[in-house]
Design a protein around this ligand. Sequence first.
Ligand code: FA5
Length: 343
Amino acid sequence: LMGEINAKVSEISDLVELDKIRVAYLGKKGSITALLKGMKDLSPDEKKAFGSEVNQLKAMASEKIEQKIEELKKKEVEREIASMRPFDITAPSNIVKGSYHPITLVQRQCEAIFKSMGFTVEDYSEIVTDYECFESLNIPKHHPARDMQDTYYLDNGQLLKSQTSAAQNAILKKYGKNLIENGVPIKAIFPGRCFRNEATDACHENTFFQMEGVMVDKNISISNLIFFMKTMLSEVFQKDINVRLRPGFFPFVEPGFELDISCLICGGEGCPSCKHSGWLELCPCGMIHPNVLREGGIDPDEYTGFAFGLGLTRLAMMKYGIKDIRDLNSGSLKALSQFTDDK
Ligand code: FA5
């Protein structure tokens, strides 16, 4: 019987025919199954010998059929591969590649620069409380300094953060313990979206990005601040940039400065992007006011620190030569997709 099965199986070239053979021998009404059924009329000794032989036959037949199934399946795959069109890996593709937003690109670059200098990168919410955005920053209710930023208030009394400085208090509280108990300096940056009720023009938007930075330790001075600002700018632009530092007032720093960079759109000649002044306000900064440190749980007699509020959106404009800030929020893929990570 095995000889017969072998001969039939080797002639087969498709899976359907093969299954017919399987059913004919091993199916419920198959001939091997019938042999097993017929054993009931044999004596116990005959049953033993015959049974073992039939079982062996059954195992061999199953194995032969299984092998053939594998062989046929493999052939089928080979046939399919052979019938496929050859794949030309040198053919040009028309897949449209996505691109990162220019603000994302400079944000990532700034994050990498500050991380390499030991700063942590923090995330912060866009909706904050009056305490976070103003009171903890030495700006009491009804203080005239509130007029510096026309803020969007929500019905529930919260507000859309008008400056990333809103995260300062939380950061001081988060890392203050480690500073006081273990002497680990606070070094953090927090990039984020800010909102102000502004009349928009080429360099003002009502939604823009800032990146806050703080550093607190013993003996931190203005020279530390200037060092970090200079390093950041030379890394971002990869060339010397004209900067000027002038006094600036912010209730949460003392002394406070405005760091301007020479406008890279017009080379300092004057254009709409810099309001025809040749300079662009980029990064106000200063030494953290003692009241702000105290409110964050840090003793200003023992520790000092600096803070800065980099205008990330304006930095992206300068880096990529974008003349109008409104293009950045336009959502125009045609305009935005031309900027790529040049690193
Ligand atoms: C502030 O927001 C302070 N929180 C910065 C600061 C932080 C000072 C820490 C001291 C210490 P100012 O309102 O100037 O400051 O905004 C900071 C920067 O954000 C500006 O220099 C500018 O680059 C950018 N900026 C402000 N308003 C807009 C706007 N409407 N559109 C685009 N960029 C803006």
